[in-house]
Design a protein around this ligand. Structure first.
Ligand code: GAP
Length: 458
């Protein structure tokens, strides 16, 4: 299933994503805006499924984690305390030849990134936070920032949550939400954007237990990625050597994925000591200490932070799912071959593009088709089946076009199952159930359909 199609390009994926309504360029009718993306009808479902899977595993299924939803704009002192005002910068140069602005640490050696000769200015520090003003007057005292990470909201509310959540250290606070970074070079489709969503957990632990909790969370997170269908063979860990760690951190591991443009980060899992809470205590004057009733000790908890990007995970899931295949003509299953890109399908085969999403994150779980749209009895029965199924799963009804084309459309959006109502259905109350990956069809009773689908769709 996860045999690699090394030549799949981001262009082919982006084209499918636009054609089928996963991802659009933001403000496309005005020429787009670099680093911003919109999710279409299927993309929004895909992202929601990823976020729900994360929330279920990180909050709902645990007794030691609670949720939070903070504002995007916070008091500007938050970002002074966190170090973002001073230190959240990239070195940047302007090229006087091409008039482009580039990250100084990512420049090719000889040429300008545009391909021609270069004439760079000296590198300057560029703060990645988007600035705005709160209230009607645009002056320095009303400056505020769009949050560059969700984490700081959690630290700033640590004490309030502690008071109400009936939790004892070790425990965690989780948040999903938008973050904004004025990236100098947004690139690789949605991978590095200027507006994106994060899923962050701050897990507060007793000083001295950081390492054991860090190891625990790295293992948990690796399992989670596999639970949403990313194969272990495409996932890697980058373990930071001591000299690359922030001065307050004792460990950091990035979860990496093999994208078509290289192996890149999906998530960082850092043991950050008590840096953030200590800084907020210092800057706000409010105590961030925790009183341990068992040992009668007071301490500022240390934190282990698994911090993931929703859009990057969505992109990884899309890249992993995308396959161009050669399949036997006639839609009855049989040998499925990985297409050799650019070549025609061999005798007896035809090409299909399929998104092999894990059923738990597929935007649509099941599609229902009447064999013919001009036979009211078939349409009526198919609508009945559809109405039953959609109460339980996101379902799609399609009656237009030849049945083979309808299957292909659902393959392209990654729908795991197709149910077809035909003339036999009217006689014996059975339907055919087609599985996306093998394309095999079985016939079963309509009343057995929810049970059968429930085996994989839950
Ligand atoms: N609180 C820690 C933190 O924000 P980070 O490594 O800067 O750490 C965490 O970001 C995750 O957020 C990354 O692993 C990535 O998935 C996502 N992320 C960061 N910058 C991004 C960008 N410009 N576009 C898309 N996702 C981004």
């Amino acid at each position: 299933m996860n045999e690699k199609q090394a030549t799949v390009t981001l262009d082919a994926l982006a084209s499918l994503c636009k054609r089928r309504g996963f991802i659009f360029q933001s403000s496309e009718i005005y020429g787009g805006i670099n680093g911003f993306w919109d999710y279409g009808p299927l993309g929004v479902e895909l992202k929601r499924n990823i976020k729900d899977a994360w929330w279920k595993s990180m909050v709902q299924e645990r007794e030691d984690v609670v949720g939070l939803d903070c504002s995007i704009i916070m008091h500007p002192r938050v970002w002074e305390a966190s170090g973002h005002v001073e230190g959240f910068t990239d070195p940047m140069v302007d090229c006087k030849k091409c008039k482009g602005r580039w990250r100084a640490d990512q420049l090719p050696e000889t040429k300008c990134p545009q391909g021609g000769p270069h004439d760079y200015t000296e590198p300057r520090k560029f703060n990645l936070m988007f600035k705005t003003f709160v209230g009607p007057v645009e002056e320095s005292s009303s400056v505020a920032y769009l949050r560059p990470e969700t984490a700081q909201g959690i630290f700033a509310q640590f004490d309030n949550v502690l008071q109400v959540a009936r939790q004892k250290v070790p425990f965690g606070i989780a948040q999903i939400g938008k973050a904004f970074r004025n990236e100098i070079n947004p690139r690789n489709y949605t991978f590095r954007s200027r507006e994106f969503e994060q899923m962050e957990l701050e897990f507060f632990v007793k000083p001295g237990t950081d390492q054991q909790w860090h190891e625990y969370w790295v293992a948990e997170r690796m399992k989670w990625y596999q639970s949403i269908g990313l194969p272990a063979s495409s996932l890697h860990q980058y373990v930071y050597p001591k000299e690359e760690l922030a001065h307050y951190a004792s460990a950091c591991v990035d979860v990496m994925f093999d994208f078509p443009f290289g192996t890149q980060e999906l998530e960082g899992i850092a043991a950050r000591g008590n840096f953030d809470l200590s800084r907020h205590q210092e800057f706000s004057g409010k105590s961030m200490e925790y009183f341990d009733q068992e040992t009668n000790e007071k301490f500022i908890p240390h934190v282990v932070e698994p911090s993931a990007g929703v859009d990057r995970i969505a992109l990884a899931v899309l890249c992993n799912a995308y396959r161009e295949e050669w399949v036997p003509k006639g839609d009855q299953g049989g040998e499925v071959r990985l297409a050799e890109l650019g070549k025609p399908a061999p005798e007896g085969f035809e090409a299909r593009t399929v998104m092999r999403f894990a059923p738990c994150i597929a935007p649509i779980k099941v599609a229902v088709f009447p064999l013919l749209k001009n036979k009211p009895e078939l349409v009526e029965k198919a609508r009945q089946v559809f109405d039953t199924l959609r109460r339980r799963w996101p379902a799609f009804y399609d009656q237009t076009g030849a049945i083979g084309r309808r299957y292909r459309r659902q393959d392209e959006v990654g729908t795991p199952y197709g149910v077809t109502v035909d003339f036999q259905s009217l006689e014996d109350q059975t339907v055919t159930l087609r599985e996306r990956d093998s394309m095999q069809q079985i016939r079963l009773k309509i009343e057995d359909l929810p049970g059968k689908l429930g085996e994989t769709l839950g």
